[in-house]
Each structure stands twice: as C-alpha cells, then as structure tokens.
Design a protein. Sequence first.
Length: 191
Amino acid sequence: MTTANVTWPRPAGRLELHLPTPALLDRVLDWRNRPEVTRWLLTTTVEPAAFRSAWLDGIADPKDHSAVALLDGEVVGTGSLWLSDAMGQSHVPDGPWRGAEAGIGYLIDPARAGAGLATDLARALLGLAFEELGVHRVTAGCFADNVGSWRVMEKLGMRREQHGVRDSWHAELGWIDGYTYAMLAEEWRAR
Ligand SMILES: CC(C)(COP(=O)(O)OP(=O)(O)OC[C@H]1O[C@@H](n2cnc3c(N)ncnc32)[C@H](O)[C@@H]1OP(=O)(O)O)[C@@H](O)C(=O)NCCC(=O)NCCS
C-alpha cells in the first residue's frame, strides 16, 4: 500500500466526488433515510447528527476515502472506500498484506437511480483504490436480492466470490442470501 496524497474534488465519470462538508451532508440527508435507500442497507436509518459526525471524522482518517457525489452541482450520491488488511501471516508483521485491501460501497439518490450513476461512482472508487492507494484487492458485499447493487459490480468486471446461503439477516425477510464481489489490481489493469 502507498500513502497516496489523494486530491479532491475528483471526477467520477459524469460525477464529481467531494470530501464531505456539513452542507453537502445535509443534502445527502434529504434522501438518505428514504425506504428505497435503506431497504437493502445494513446501516438503515441514520440519526442526522451522528451521520454528519461520522462522515466529517472520516476526513482525518487515513484509512477512509469516502466522498459525496455531485452531478452538475447537485448532491446525488455517496461513495465509501475504506482500507483494511488482507489475510496475511503474522510472522511478517509489515508484509504486503498490511492495508492491501479496500472495501467499497455506494448510494444514489432514488430520484436519480437507473441512469448509470452508481456505475460511474463505483468505477471511480476502484480507480482510486487501485491506481492511487495501490491496493491488491477491492471487495464489496450486498444482499443477493439487491440486484441493482450487484449489477453495478458485474458491469465493472468484479467477480462474485461468495454466495452466502442465508448468511445475512434482513429485518423484514429474516435470513437471506448475501454476495461478496471482488477484483484484483491485475484484473483492473487488464480490463
Ligand atoms: C443500488 C444502486 C446503488 C444502483 O444505483 P444506479 O445508479 O441505479 O445503478 P446503475 O444505473 O449504475 O446500474 C444499475 C443496474 O442494475 C439494474 N437494476 C437495478 N434494479 C434492478 C432490479 N430490481 N432488477 C434487475 N436489474 C436491476 C439496472 O438496470 C442497471 O443495469 P443495466 O445498466 O445493465 O441496465 C441504487 O439504487 C441505490 O443507491 N440503492 C439504495 C442503496 C443501496 O442499496 N446501495 C448498495 C448497497 S450494497
């Protein structure tokens, strides 16, 4: 992993990614708790003050590269990217596995869904992770029923590596299936 100096704002296809500010987060909160958004999330309804603090605290966290997505100046989404260790053997404590993975997540204002914006956003997160942060592998998870979410990952060439049978608990549906998708740096370079 490199200690890249990530610059903001940055382009993401038609979108522009910005570090969070209280004003931008207020625009996210206009739609963040709508049922169409929370239906397939793990962190469902958020409390506004806690949501703002968590996002603003992330700016100083070198492992957090999450951002607010704007389209023509309007807040339309959020993209999350967090660094973590890969699996690795402890007797090489500073081995290549340290900080070698990133997880990503994305939300789009339901009024803007279906226009390919999550794909633009997730592609930019993969580019940031592989090309600037230098990670070895990126992963993302979702409920299997969240077809829109895993379609985004498949369109970007990520691989379904895990189909967890009834491994994920949903408040209305109980135990249902979950997917984990992944991509390697060499796959990103070869795409
Ligand atoms: C899931 C979500 C990110 C998709 O955003 P989006 O901007 O609509 O995504 P895109 O337009 O880039 O791509 C979605 C793809 O899924 C398809 N899709 C969406 N819902 C679908 C459904 N119910 N059944 C089948 N396909 C579906 C779209 O047709 C599109 O595929 P295509 O380009 O091949 O036609 C967005 O709806 C969202 O934020 N949902 C709420 C939060 C969420 O669930 N986030 C993911 C957490 S894991």
